[in-house]
Design a protein around this ligand. Structure first.
Ligand code: ZN
Length: 433
């Protein structure tokens, strides 16, 4: 069942036509109504009439979180403040928060895109959605709320916390859908176990989760603990909130609502667009946002996109699960490498511990990569043959993953520095020393 079959199953050609029309409109509105864009575009000598094809979007400069902060609080609004009926902000853990303003029409759109996602998950007006996302400046709570009401479901706006109460209501109300962040979901699961409540004692039929990074292993755990399929919800406050992309029954990627958000994947080093099915940074342009249009917003999230007719019947572009942040990406010998790729490769080899460092040097003109990794205590250091064998296996696994030769340095257990708190130092880049 589709929420909006015309859009969700639209041919690529029709979608591109719709996107171009909307892109031209949004660029014109931004240029005419938002001083930030007017100034930027004038400085760069680019004007709304230069957008003749979708490819022309590459002529426009990017917008970043820094630009949003510089326009704090209301500098990016394209309508008078009296037309903005709701405001959300990012958490603002580093500096000023970024502000997101919504008109009545924007809130309708927000509800609409989440309604599409809930329909993908098999939720309709008969369902009871227990929303444990926080209600407040964070977009999670309200986004889910508007979407749930849009499809006519019964929304229980309990917000985060009060776990015992959550469980009591899940039982009493017979909630059929739970919305949570993965970490809070695992907490609820622990409490259920504590109280000897089995998934079969509940009425859940779907879980919607988001707002945190996650692995497929974590999804598995959640699905097992609740004995219910769990679907990913992606979004970000600046662009709208949750619902920018949502997972369908196939559970292998998210459908991005490309009639409202135009996606591009760029190489964060060259800033050039990459073809479909190539991993890079997701850049989004709002095509219908009235209150605060955002053009070429750099999300920093790494993923890839691809068009195909999905098993669920939809043609809306699919986006893979986010694999990292562009801030973590390394450029080595011209190749984009994520530390997580090296980690994945080396952990696939027996005999090593998950303690490692990637050391980059440039002795002459070429980059060199050394991967220092701790051997397992059971790897016998006296056995040279075994040692060399393990080292070669690691080098091969990394080469298979990133396509580059690395020098592997197997070191004795517990010889790589540990940190007491925060993140381990995984990358040491000495190339500019
Ligand atoms: Zn699908």
């Amino acid at each position: 069942m589709m929420w909006d079959e015309k859009i969700e199953c639209m041919s690529l050609e029709d979608m591109k036509e719709l996107q171009l029309k909307r892109l031209q409109d949004v660029v014109k509105t931004a240029f005419d109504e938002v001083p930030y864009y007017h100034k930027r575009y004038t400085e760069e000598g680019i004007f709304p009439e230069d957008i003749q094809t979708l490819e022309d979007i590459e002529k426009l400069p990017f917008t970043t979180k820094t630009d949003l902060r510089a326009s704090y609080p209301f500098g990016l609004f394209a309508v008078p403040q009296k037309e903005i009926i709701e405001i959300h902000t990012s958490s603002g853990t580093t500096g000023k928060p970024t502000v997101s303003g919504y008109t009545k029409e924007d809130l309708d759109t927000w509800g609409e895109i989440i309604a599409r996602g809930f329909t993908m998950m098999g939720i309709d007006e008969n369902d009871i959605i227990q929303n444990t996302h926080g209600y407040g400046l964070f977009t999670g709570g309200f986004g889910v709320h508007y979407g749930g009401q849009k499809i006519g479901a019964t929304v229980v706006p309990i917000s985060t916390g009060q776990t015992l109460r959550q469980i009591e209501l899940m039982k009493d109300f017979k909630s059929t859908m739970l919305i949570f962040t993965p970490s809070y979901g695992l907490h609820i699961a622990e409490e259920l176990k504590e109280q000897n409540i089995k998934p079969s004692d509940l009425n859940l039929k779907a879980i919607g989760f988001g707002s945190e990074s996650w692995t497929e292993e974590m999804r598995q755990q959640i699905e097992n603990k609740f004995n219910t399929p769990a679907y990913n919800i992606y979004g970000l406050t600046e662009v709208m909130g949750p619902g920018v992309a949502m997972e369908c029954s196939e559970q292998n990627g998210l459908h991005l609502n490309e009639d409202h958000f135009y996606p591009e994947i760029i190489d964060p080093n060259t800033m050039k667009q990459l073809p479909e099915n190539t991993s890079g940074e997701l850049v989004l342009t709002t095509l219908t946002r009235v209150g605060m249009p955002l053009i070429r917003f750099r999300t920093r999230d790494i993923t890839k996109i691809h068009h195909e007719t999905c098993g669920c019947g939809r043609t809306l572009v699919k986006m893979d699960k986010i694999t990292g942040r562009s801030d973590d990406m390394l450029k080595i010998k011209g190749v984009s490498v994520f530390p997580s790729q090296i980690e994945k490769a080396l952990l696939s080899v027996d005999g090593v511990e998950p303690h490692y460092q990637i050391i980059l040097t440039r002795p002459g003109v070429l980059d060199q990569i050394e991967v220092k990794v701790e051997a397992s205590p059971n790897l016998v250091f006296d056995n040279v043959k075994e040692l060399v064998g393990t080292r070669d296996k690691i080098a091969q696994a990394i080469h298979d993953e990133i396509g580059l030769r690395v020098n592997v340095n197997l070191v004795e257990p517990k010889t790589i520095d540990r940190v007491d708190s925060g993140k381990a130092v995984r990358v040491i880049d000495k190339r500019n020393e």
